[in-house]
Design a protein. Structure first.
Length: 113
């Protein structure tokens, strides 16, 4: 292994940008992660940047989507949405979701925007 290798990078340590609960999504700059534990704002938190997660989604009008739809993180509402705009691309839907669904399965892409 090369001397400059640090780790695989699936899980990274971040400074929580706001209070986050275990399993909650959070955005740090152009990175998105899912917290492995509860963390207060400004404290270290381990976050997974890849994997498949059930996350809260927007239930606003026209927020239904099918498997494979690009999904974004609305950092103001702290919800997954299919609206790009100023939201961060985090991955793709792993299944269908209707407007009424409060959560959705997301396959995180692990790539900084």
């Amino acid at each position: 292994m090369a001397k400059n290798y640090r780790h695989k990078g699936d899980t990274c340590t971040f400074t929580a940008p706001y209070a986050v609960a275990s399993g909650g999504g959070f955005q740090v700059g152009s990175l998105f992660a899912v917290a492995q534990s509860d963390a207060a704002q400004g404290t270290p938190v381990e976050g997974d940047v890849v994997g498949v997660w059930t996350l809260p989604k927007s239930t606003a009008a026209s927020t239904d989507f099918t498997a494979g739809t690009k999904l974004y993180w609305d950092n103001t509402a702290k919800l997954v949405t299919k609206t790009a705009g100023s939201n961060l691309l985090i991955g793709a839907a792993l299944g269908d979701a209707t407007v009424a669904d409060a959560t959705c399965a997301v396959r995180l892409n692990g790539v900084a925007a």
